[in-house]
Structure formats: structure tokens, C-alpha cells
Ligand binder design. Structure first.
Ligand code: PLP
Length: 381
């Protein structure tokens, strides 16, 4: 096989860091000099700045998106005996966070166009034990929040947005994270806003919840060695907060670049037997991922790899078919939209620094594959 003409990584953290390396290095040096590694000034300032960005009153930082989801549920008293509804098509952290609290995971399928929570399925999944709903703003596109919030109001349920892939997205003009009782964000390095390690945030407009979260993440302390409640060590490092403060002012321009890349992919890939991502009328997505659906997905992925193009599946096995969740009692066939999607989905390279040439190279490779593949299908039939 000949050497690829071009290399297109799935993401490129070096390309993101190099233009701001001096700023990041200075921020890290400042924290090292301060010795205030835990709950330092940068943590408080980053929380303030991120709350402003999300158009919420409060933001409480934690050590991961998973912790953000878990503590948000705990702050609302969710635990054993409660049911929490979320989607079968998500990263496993969404459901692990529910399981950590002792509550029961209840799954629903996703909408076949947006791959976010199917609102009718949600309505049908509610029981007397349901306490909370976790809609996931998957791939950076907000879930259809208005009907979800209506159902929640009617049944007196807590809504925790999983906004771990949706920093900066909007739903009918409102920021992802600003619509539910609380929302969880992740700063895993590959997210739209990424730390140089793990990090997370809970945003909320509720002062009582924000206060509870500050206690929960820090050993239940109201003051040093005064433990008013059960708590955890789930704090965000000052170092991570300092790096995230450098990056936050760039987030909108990075999201704009992702939007342009998504439009470019869509424009080049239309037709060709490739199912492209659909943007709902209510959504301003931030394109954490650009996910296509094709019939011969595994062959396409191999062919792209041979041309130096890296792709990923988000996610290859749905929650209900993971060995970790066999005890939930779901089977193949429980969530047909999710199951059909996982065999066909493929996430293309997506990051702000992607070039037009790279996008054109990826699109040309996909078109070439589709033409050959469709010709083979005709030939073999
Ligand atoms: C990344 C992610 C999480 C978990 O965040 P971590 O920071 O990795 O713990 C949760 N839910 C979704 C949808 C995610 O993409």
C-alpha cells in the first residue's frame, strides 16, 4: 500500500495548544509559584467566568464530568429507591453517575434524526419512582429541552443536563446547561473546552444547590475540619482551572471554526449514500463530533485509516448491551434507533484547527469508497 498523501488525526491537541502555549505556560508557572494547588484563586475565578459564559448564576468546579453528574444528582437527594431516566445512546459516565448514587438507571431510545432523547419514550418511561431526567446534548447538539422540561414540571422531576459535549451550544437561544435544575460539563482534554488532565463543572441557578455542591466536593466541609454532611474529594485542581481560564476566551472562536468545518463536510458529502448529521430547528450545535452513518462502516473506517485518516465510533456498544449493565434486564431490540445507529455511525476528524485541505481530502476518500462500494453491491447482486 502506498504511503498516505496527508495525515488527518481525529483531534490535534498540539495544534490547539501551540498558538497559546506561552499563555498556558505562564498560567502554570504562576500556580506553581503560588503553592495554592487546592481551591486556589484560579478555581474561584474560573467558576465565575464559566457561569457567565453559560449564562447561569453559579458554577461549582469538580474533578471530572462524571463527578459533576454524580454530585448534581446527590445534591438533589437522589439515591436508592429512585429511578433516573436517560438515553441508551450516550457515554457510559452518564449512567455510571446514576448507579454511584444507588438510584436505578432507566433507559429510553433516541430520536432517529438528532440522536438525542426521544420525548415520547421519556413520557412512557415515567413511573411513581422517577425522580430525575438526564437529557444528553450528544455530539454538541442540545436535546429538545422544552418538551422535556414540560414533562418534568408535570411530574415534579429534577432535570440534570449532561452538557459534557456541548460547551457553548444553544437551544432556542439559551445556553446548554442553563435550562435544567443543574447541568454537568466535562473538561476532559478532547472536549470542546479541555483541561490538561481531568476536570468538570456543575452549573445551576439555584443558590442552595450551589452551596450543597461546594460542600459535597470538599468532604462536606463548611469550614476546615467542620464536616456538616457526608462529602467527597472531587475538587478541580488549581492548575487545571488556570489552564482552563486561558482557554475559555477562545472557546467561541473554536466553536465557530468547528461550525464552519461541519458545513464544509456537509456540503462536500451530500448524496453518496452517506447519512449526514441533522441540525434541529431549535439547535445551535457546537459540533463536538461530526457523526455520519454508512452501511459498510467498518470497511470505510479501514479504508480511511489506510489513507492516514483517523475516525472513531461514538459509541460502538450502547449502554444496555454493555456487560456492566446486563442486570438492567434490557436486551437486543430494546432500543431499535440506538441499535441501528451503532452499527453504522462513524465520527470524522473534528477540531478547530482542521484545514480545508484536510476536510476535502477526507470527503474525497469517503466519496471514492462509496462509489466503489455501491458498484460492488450492484456487481454482486
Ligand atoms: C465526557 C463525557 C462525560 C464524562 O466526563 P469525564 O470528564 O470524562 O468524566 C459524561 N457524559 C458525556 C456525554 C461525555 O461525553
Amino acid at each position: 500500500m502506498s504511503t498516505p498523501k496527508m495525515s488527518v488525526p481525529f483531534i490535534d491537541l498540539t495544534a490547539q495548544r501551540l498558538p497559546i502555549a506561552a499563555e498556558i505556560n505562564a498560567a502554570i508557572a504562576r500556580v506553581l509559584d503560588s503553592n495554592a494547588y487546592i481551591l486556589g484563586e484560579d478555581v474561584r475565578l474560573f467558576e465565575e467566568e464559566f457561569a457567565v459564559y453559560c449564562e447561569t448564576k453559579y458554577a461549582v468546579s469538580v474533578d471530572s464530568g462524571t463527578s459533576a453528574l454524580e454530585l448534581a444528582l446527590r445534591a438533589y437527594g437522589i439515591g436508592p429507591g429512585d429511578e433516573v431516566i436517560t438515553v441508551a445512546n450516550t457515554f457510559i459516565a452518564t449512567t455510571f453517575a446514576i448507579t454511584y448514587t444507588g438510584a436505578q438507571v432507566v433507559l429510553v431510545d433516541v430520536d432517529p434524526y438528532t440522536y438525542t432523547m426521544d420525548v415520547n419514550a421519556l413520557q412512557q418511561a415515567i413511573t411513581a419512582r422517577t425522580k430525575a431526567i438526564i437529557p444528553v446534548h450528544l455530539y454538541g447538539q442540545p436535546a429538545n429541552m422544552d418538551p422535556i422540561l414540560d414533562i418534568a414540571r408535570k411530574h415534579n422531576l429534577i432535570v440534570i443536563e449532561d452538557a459534557c459535549q456541548a460547551h457553548g451550544a444553544r437551544y432556542k437561544g439559551k445556553r446548554a446547561g442553563s435550562m435544567g435544575h443543574a447541568a454537568a460539563f466535562s473538561f476532559y482534554p478532547a472536549k470542546n473546552l479541555g483541561a490538561v488532565g481531568d476536570g468538570g463543572m456543575i452549573v445551576t441557578n439555584d443558590e442552595t444547590t450551589a452551596h450543597k455542591l461546594r460542600m459535597l466536593r470538599n468532604y462536606g466541609q463548611s469550614a476546615k475540619y467542620h464536616h456538616d454532611s457526608m462529602g467527597y474529594n472531587h475538587r478541580l485542581d488549581t492548575l487545571q482551572a488556570a489552564v482552563l481560564r486561558v482557554k475559555l476566551p477562545y472557546l467561541d472562536q473554536w466553536n465557530d471554526a468547528r461550525r464552519k468545518h461541519a458545513e464544509h463536510y456537509t456540503q462536500l458529502l451530500g448524496g453518496n449514500g452517506v447519512l449526514l448529521p441533522v441540525t434541529a430547528h431549535y439547535a445551535e450545535p457546537v459540533w463536538h463530533l461530526y457523526v455520519i452513518h454508512v452501511d459498510a462502516r467498518d470497511e470505510l473506517q479501514k479504508m480511511l485509516a489506510s489513507k492516514g485518516i483517523s475516525t472513531v465510533m461514538h459509541y460502538p456498544i450502547p449502554i444496555h448491551l454493555q456487560p456492566a449493565y446486563q442486570h438492567l434486564g434490557y436486551t437486543r431490540g430494546s432500543f431499535p434507533v440506538t441499535e441501528r445507529s451503532v452499527d453504522r455511525l462513524l465520527s470524522l476528524p473534528m477540531y478547530a484547527e482542521l484545514t480545508s485541505e484536510q476536510i476535502e481530502y477526507v470527503a474525497a476518500a469517503i466519496k471514492e469508497f462509496q462509489v466503489e462500494h455501491q458498484a460492488n453491491l450492484v456487481h454482486s447482486s
